[in-house]
Design a binder for this molecule. Sequence first.
Ligand SMILES: C[S@@+](CC[C@H](N)C(=O)[O-])C[C@H]1O[C@@H](n2cnc3c(N)ncnc32)[C@H](O)[C@@H]1O
Length: 209
Amino acid sequence: MSDDRTTDPSIVHERRILLHGGAALAGLALAPAMTLPAFAQRPLPKVPYVTTPQDIVDRMLSMAKVGRDDVVYDLGCGDGRIVISAARRYGARGVGIDLDPERIREANANARSAGVQDRVRFRQADLFKTDFSPATVVMLYLLFEVNLQLMPQLWRQLRVGARVVSHDFHMGAQWPPEQIVRMRDKTLYAWTITEELKQELAQMRSAKP
Ligand SMILES: C[S@@+](CC[C@H](N)C(=O)[O-])C[C@H]1O[C@@H](n2cnc3c(N)ncnc32)[C@H](O)[C@@H]1O
């Protein structure tokens, strides 16, 4: 597996801008509770390929309380390390989705090396066009604006009780995380899909003109 490259200053700088984008967050905080953020409709920034360090992967899996019965999706899976770790450590099943075919080739090779190829699958696809409803756990390492655009899809597709964990990027004021963990320069966020979210989504949809 490739080395962690999260110390690349340009990426770290870009992340800080997006994560601490005060204007964006302030706008969200002022948004009416039942609307989707307006800027979620704008063209999205490209998500760079940066891997999650293994100890952070392990912490993300423990935050999600991954177990044998879980189906772990990584939306933007890179070299597959998160779903491979979920299968290897916990016996979970996993699916990784990535736009880049090279990442998918690499992830399949890594799954074979780890001996978990029967428990994981990797698919080249756009995460926004993917049915991830079988997931009981979704892992994300994307960008703040991408998370915001994905949020209604997560609420719609995932069943009540599914967990979502995101490396470094939250979902704004409309979906505050239940848990925040800081490790070195990293921040991890965790949410659970609840019945209330499903009801909120139904209200948003019925309020649409
Ligand atoms: C920051 S990397 C994270 C890789 C891996 N999840 C990890 O944590 O090590 C983001 C990944 O998302 C992929 N990606 C970006 N936009 C995507 C999209 N719309 N659909 C699927 N994959 C996407 C990129 O190709 C890249 O591999």
